[in-house]
Design a protein around this ligand. Structure first.
Ligand SMILES: [Ca+2]
Ligand SMILES: [Ca+2]
Ligand SMILES: [Ca+2]
Ligand SMILES: [Ca+2]
Length: 403
């Protein structure tokens, strides 16, 4: 099978991953099956014969085995990335000399069909990386090289701009619970650790009125927290804003949903089918709840505070039902909602739906991101929830959470 070597973001061997689930006899004396469990193995010849080198971790140089291997097997359970240069350097800027072997794939890989613009991969492997996530394997960072779209306007957004620089940004929780602030220009800063205890991660503008966007989270004990942003991409000391939230299903920060000018409103659905509004106070804490939906809401698998999708100045709610349909509920500006409209289907495939305000800066809010693995797609709102899809980025891991 011939397969061209393409850029780092699309070079995945997902197709190869479907080919085989090789079972290794314990005492093979030649061929790929010699590779021990838990190891990454390189072989002299394309068919797995000849000398074998085994590794348990990443290698920046390969010493005597530099430019030597013609085939490989990965039994580490980690993602493997091979580079034609030492120190995990990309070979060229057009066809990047990195080759991904998915963690799930433990079969044999003959490197002969793989090449970049300049060289074949066989007998050109000079370093490799073994990492828990695909983008970490490729770029060496726990975060991805995420760029928000730069469509020309620099107007600060009502939400989705955590550091107030006018660029849409992202908060990224890694598989192991670290929190990164991703500026939207491919750079990121770690702003927290230990966040895997949180089962709700939300942001939607400034809750406490200091001009900086704030986060809302729920921990494993059902406590709801506000993490005030410091306006430059970091967090201030958290404030408890609710207890007993365990039984509530989806929790979404809405901005101002009831029209009182305070932007810390939260909407949630319960298992009895009701929809609740917790209006935000001036300091970002919550008023007692008010019921705004009477039945059927238990079937919704996602609620999204999308901002104003129909440009009437009032924030709207987006909900996904159990059949993957996406519904727009136009806010009336009083906490109530008008007649819903279906704005999408097939959204069940997304692990997470994000709203980051006006992601493409065309002046219309309500742009949505759908995060699948490994892709995240951007859906630009053209007005009244009419969505146009763009693929925004690759290499997401199912264990990673953007918000
Ligand atoms: Ca920003
Ligand atoms: Ca704030
Ligand atoms: Ca609206
Ligand atoms: Ca927009």
């Amino acid at each position: 099978m011939k397969r061209a070597f393409r850029s780092a973001v699309v070079a995945g061997l997902s197709a190869l991953g479907l080919l085989a689930a090789a079972v290794s006899p314990a005492q093979a004396s030649t061929g790929f099956d010699r590779c021990p469990a838990g190891r990454f193995c390189l072989f002299d010849n394309a068919d797995g014969s000849g000398a074998m080198a085994t590794y348990s971790g990443s290698m920046a140089t390969l010493g005597a085995y530099d430019n030597w291997a013609a085939s490989m097997r990965n039994r580490t359970g980690l993602h493997a990335c091979l580079f034609t240069e030492r120190y995990h350097v990309y070979d060229d800027s057009v066809y990047q000399g990195v080759f991904y072997a998915k963690a799930e794939y433990s079969g044999d890989i003959d490197l002969t069909p793989f090449h970049d613009e300049n060289v074949g991969m066989a007998n050109n492997v000079s370093s490799f990386r073994l990492s828990p996530t695909r983008h970490e394997c490729g770029n060496g960072n726990k975060y991805m090289d995420w760029n928000s779209d730069s469509w020309g306007r620099t107007e600060p957004q009502p939400f989705g701009d955590f550091n107030r620089d006018g660029i849409t940004d992202l908060i990224f929780r890694t598989f192991d619970g670290a929190l990164y602030f991703q500026r939207g220009d491919a750079t990121a800063t770690r702003i927290g650790v230990g966040w895997n205890s949180m089962n709700v991660l939300q942001r939607h503008g400034d809750r406490d009125g200091d001009g900086a966007e704030d986060l809302v989270t729920r921990d494993g004990n059902g406590v709801l927290w506000m993490y005030p942003g410091n306006g430059t991409g970091g967090l201030k000391a958290r404030v408890q804003i609710g207890v007993g939230w365990s039984t509530l299903r989806n929790v979404t920060a809405m901005g101002d949903f009831n029209g009182d000018g305070r932007r810390g409103d939260v909407v949630t659905n319960d298992s009895s089918g009701r929809l609740w509004l917790f209006a935000g106070r001036a300091n970002g804490t919550l008023e007692p709840r008010k019921q705004i939906g009477t039945s059927g809401w238990q079937g919704m698998t996602a609620l999204v505070g999308a901002g104003d999708m129909n440009s009437d100045g009032k924030n709207d709610l987006v909900a996904r039902d159990g059949s993957g349909r996406l519904w727009l509920y136009p806010g009336k500006g009083t906490g109530g909602m008008g007649a819903r409209k279906q704005i999408g289907s097939g959204w069940g495939r997304f692990e997470r739906i994000l709203a980051l305000g006006d992601a493409n800066r065309d002046g219309r809010y309500g742009d949505l991101y759908g995060k699948d693995a490994p892709v995240m797609d951007l859906y630009v709102n053209n007005g009244w929830g009419s969505l146009s899809q763009y693929t925004a980025s690759y290499d997401w891991d199912p264990r990673e959470t953007p918000f």
